[in-house]
Design a binder for this molecule. Structure first.
Ligand SMILES: [Zn+2]
Ligand SMILES: [Zn+2]
Length: 196
C-alpha cells in the first residue's frame, strides 16, 4: 500500500494495463487450448468404432439412399438407367434393355419368365399430375412384399390443341392380375376420398 501510494498516478495506470494484458493473454491461451483439446478428442473419436445407437427412421432412410447417385451393383460406376422392377440404378454393364424397358441383370430374367398384364390405364394431364401417384405408391408397396410390377407410360401429344396426356399402366404377372386389380382399385378409391 505504501508502495502504491508513493507511486505516481501514471505509473499506477501502466501497472493496471499490464495486469489486464496478462489476464487477457491468459484467457486467450486457455481458450485456444480448450479448442485444440476438443478438436483432437473429436478426431481420435473417428478412428474408434461408434457404439450402436438406435437410429431415427429419417436417419435410416438417409443411410439406405446414398447421396451420390451411383450404380447399385458397382459403387464406382455412373448409372445410365433404372430397373423397371426394383428401381435400382444400373451402370452400362448392368442395365439390360428389352422391348423399350430397362431391367437389372436379375429382373430381365424375371421379366422374360412371365406373362405380364396391365391393371391400370390412368390418364394424367398437366392439370392433374397427381392422378397416377397412387400407382407409384402401390408399386412400391407390393414390391416391399416381394411382388414385382413395372410401369409403362404412353404419351399422347396433340400439337395443334396443345394437349399432353399420359396413360400410366401398371403391369403385373398374369397370375397376380385378379388379386392386384381389386387391391389397386381400393387404393385408388382411398386416394380420391379426401379431395371430395
Ligand atoms: Zn431390378
Ligand atoms: Zn453396375
Amino acid at each position: 500500500m505504501i508502495l502504491l501510494n508513493s507511486m505516481e498516478p501514471m505509473n499506477l495506470l501502466i501497472i493496471c494495463l499490464l495486469f489486464f494484458n496478462v489476464l487477457f493473454i491468459g484467457i486467450a491461451l486457455f481458450l485456444v487450448y480448450q479448442l485444440f483439446k476438443k478438436n483432437s478428442s473429436s478426431s481420435s473419436k473417428e478412428s474408434l468404432p461408434e457404439p450402436e445407437a438406435p437410429k431415427s427412421p429419417v436417419a435410416e432412410v438417409l443411410d439406405r439412399e446414398p447421396l451420390k447417385y451411383v450404380c447399385a451393383f458397382h459403387p464406382d460406376r455412373d448409372p445410365v438407367g433404372v430397373c423397371a422392377i426394383c428401381e435400382a440404378a444400373c451402370c452400362e454393364s448392368c442395365l439390360r434393355e428389352w422391348e423399350h424397358l430397362n431391367f437389372c441383370s436379375d429382373h430381365i430374367k424375371l421379366y422374360a419368365a412371365h406373362k405380364w398384364e396391365p391393371i391400370t390405364n390412368e390418364r394424367t394431364t398437366a392439370n392433374s399430375p397427381e392422378a397416377s401417384s397412387y400407382i407409384y405408391e402401390f408399386k412400391k408397396n407390393i414390391w416391399s412384399q416381394g411382388v414385382p410390377s413395372f410401369i409403362v407410360t404412353h404419351y399422347r401429344i396433340e400439337i395443334e390443341s396443345d394437349i399432353v396426356e399420359s396413360y400410366v399402366q401398371l403391369f403385373v404377372k398374369l397370375e397376380d392380375k385378379v388379386a392386384l386389380s381389386s387391391m389397386i382399385l381400393q387404393k385408388k378409391g382411398a386416394q380420391k376420398l379426401p379431395s371430395h
